[in-house]
Design a binder for this molecule. Structure first.
Ligand code: NAD
Length: 312
């Protein structure tokens, strides 16, 4: 297939593009480099540096599918500057949908997020768990999910939203280079390597077995595989949502222990109070993706840490 990957110079988009190329798909990358890195776009891809507003320039009827990862994704920034998220995520995605409709491109896989669920009311989150985002980032992603549902119904779009939980790891030279880095594993690894000062542990009094927050970590290669499977699976006129997680949670302390085991280094950690808006536990049921897409994560938390450490 010929696939447009928006945000293809970013962490997840670059690995999705890499896996598409390896599966012999043709790849166009659209990225404005607001966060991404030009050297993350592989030579096999056609590279268009530009914003989502320029999607019409790269879409034509020969494009079979769009994998839409370009977004602003910092929770804290979204609270302080919500307008950036309404414009950068909602309005920009509407423009992309308009361009797809005009060009007759009818397949879309979208990066949604666990943040749409807000504070979970069940330990394991299934897709029909109430969506009640507690920050503008999650709200902007939920608005796009609603947009896709209506677009599928009204105009026959074949759409899938993949709701990621915590993603980590690296793939052949492509890994996390966020600035600022808000994710736990790269920050622990930087601290272990002596490059990031002391790692911060937020919250030691959660109602979890060791008092620290529990999250569901998934390897970037398992996540990328789900995109390829979803792109093949999508059905015209429908919008399906899949949670991508392993169903198993790890606490922050368990992740720190795993980082120390894998790297053989001690992680300097300082304890802080809970951060506002951080739920105690976020674990996905990946059952629907397993049943419908035939998706099965292959990698462990140790694999994620080992590959991210090699990339550091
Ligand atoms: N990393 C995670 O753990 C995680 C979890 C849940 C959801 N997501 C979602 O996955 C997607 C990718 O995340 P990531 O971690 O790779 O982030 P990232 O910041 O590394 O990648 C996003 C890319 O999109 C580009 N971009 C942003 N706005 C753009 C615009 N308007 N036009 C063109 N390009 C634009 C950026 O330059 C960047 O290269 C995002 O949509 C994010 O919300 C990520």
């Amino acid at each position: 297939m010929k696939v447009l990957v928006t945000g293809g110079a970013g962490y997840i988009g670059s690995v999705v593009a890499q896996q598409l190329l390896r599966a012999d798909h043709e790849v166009i990358v659209l990225d404005d480099l607001s966060k991404g890195h030009a050297d993350a776009v592989l030579p096999g891809a056609t590279w268009h540096q530009g914003g989502l507003a320029e999607a019409a320039e790269v879409l034509d009827p020969s494009v079979d599918a769009v994998i839409h990862l370009a977004a602003k994704s910092l929770v804290g920034e979204s609270v302080e500057h919500p307008e950036r998220y309404w414009h950068g995520n909602i309005v920009a995605s509407l423009g992309l949908l308009d361009a797809m409709r005009d060009a007759g491109v009818q397949r879309m896989v979208f990066s949604s997020t666990a943040a749409v669920y807000g504070n979970p009311i069940t330990e394991t989150i299934v897709e029909d768990h109430p969506a009640a985002p507690i920050n503008p980032y999650g709200a902007s992603k939920l608005a796009i999910d609603h947009m896709l549902t209506a677009e599928a119904k009204a105009h026959g779009l074949a759409a899938v939203s993949l709701r990621y939980f915590n993603v980590g790891g690296a793939s052949d030279g492509l890994g996390e280079r966020h600035d600022p880095e808000t994710h736990l594993i790269p920050n622990l690894l930087k601290a272990a390597a002596g490059r990031g000062g002391t790692a911060k542990l937020f919250g030691t009094d959660y109602p979890t077995p060791d008092g620290t927050a529990v999250r569901d970590y998934i390897h970037i290669l398992d996540l990328a595989a789900a995109h390829l499977q979803a792109m093949e699976w999508v059905r015209p006129g429908t919008h399906e949502i899949f949670n991508l997680g392993t169903g198993v949670g790890s606490s922050v302390r368990q992740v720190i222990d795993a980082v120390e085991r894998v790297t053989g280094r001690t992680v300097p950690v300082e304890e802080h109070p809970r951060r506002a808006g951080d739920p105690a536990t976020l674990v996905a049921s990946g059952q629907k993706a397993r049943d419908v897409l035939g998706w099965a994560p292959q990698h462990t938390l140790e694999d994620i840490i080992r590959d991210a450490w090699a990339h550091l």
